[in-house]
Design a protein around this ligand. Structure first.
Ligand code: 13P
Length: 252
């Protein structure tokens, strides 16, 4: 099964209007300059920058996504963003259940699942994030934790067209400590095996599983080349056009 890799930049809470727009325009220019690149390219800016970023990448083939959404279509939820609005703005993806949201906001698997279901209803592709802490890894719980988060976070109707999984070991996020290729492949293969149980072999085989956690130009090639790694969810290195593009270029 050949899966089209996805190179996704998660800008997190970084950027103001001018530099965020310039970063988006820079990525769009790279994408236009390399039309044969064999991967999908996505950037996920902070919500208030979405409109400016969507305008900056228009016509380039670069997709734009949110970093979170609410589990309801609309209503009295101050400060939240509906998936319908993300879609209406021009987003095609939304990151859900990132460990920073699970940590900062106490998001549970059940909440991630409800958000993903609502995102699907709005026509968005949900990037569902899972990953173990260092304590869980040291305790030999890595596979069990990831399987359990996956099982708890995937909504009914999840398939390869509407869902991407991101494996982000919490100990590798923003630390400069990247998973070894062996560690990454072991977990990605276990995630795919669990997907077979959850959504069947055909969809599991087609579903993209991204690696995230200190992915940089120096280590991206060997990670992206792994059989069950279908691209990356990139934080720090997505904030510089040259670094982000050096990673994307590994997809051929
Ligand atoms: P870093 O690439 O900065 O480690 O962040 C990874 C991440 O959390 C992407 O969602």
């Amino acid at each position: 099964m050949s899966r089209v890799p996805l190179i996704a930049g998660n800008w997190k809470m970084n950027g103001l209007v001018a530099d965020g727009t310039a970063l988006a325009a820079g990525v769009a220019a790279k994408r236009k300059g390399q039309p044969d690149l064999a991967c999908d390219v996505l950037i996920c800016p902070p919500a208030p920058l979405l409109a400016a970023v969507i305008a900056a990448v228009a016509g380039s083939g670069v997709a734009v996504g949110g970093q979170d959404c609410h589990a309801k279509v609309s209503g009295a939820h101050t400060g939240d963003t509906s998936p319908a609005l993300l879609k209406d703005l021009g987003c095609s993806y939304v990151i859900l259940g990132h460990s920073e949201r699970r940590g900062d906001h106490g998001e549970t698997d059940a909440q991630v699942k409800a958000k993903a279901a609502c995102a699907h209803g709005a026509g968005l592709i949900a990037i569902v994030c899972i990953g173990e802490t260092l304590a869980q890894r040291d305790d030999g719980q890595t596979i069990a934790v990831n399987k359990s988060q996956l099982r708890g976070s995937l909504p009914e109707g999840a398939n390869a067209a509407n869902t991407v999984i991101a494996y982000e070991p919490v100990w590798a996020i923003g630390t400069g400590r990247v998973a070894t290729p062996e560690q990454a492949q072991e977990v990605h293969a276990a995630i795919r095996a669990e997907l077979v149980e959850l959504i069947g072999e055909t969809e599991a085989d087609k579903m993209r599983i991204l690696y995230g956690g200190s992915m940089k130009p120096e280590n991206a090639a060997q990670l992206i080349a792994l059989p069950d790694v279908d691209g990356g969810l990139i934080g720090g290195a997505a904030l510089k056009v040259e670094d982000f593009w050096a990673i994307a270029r590994n997809c051929g």
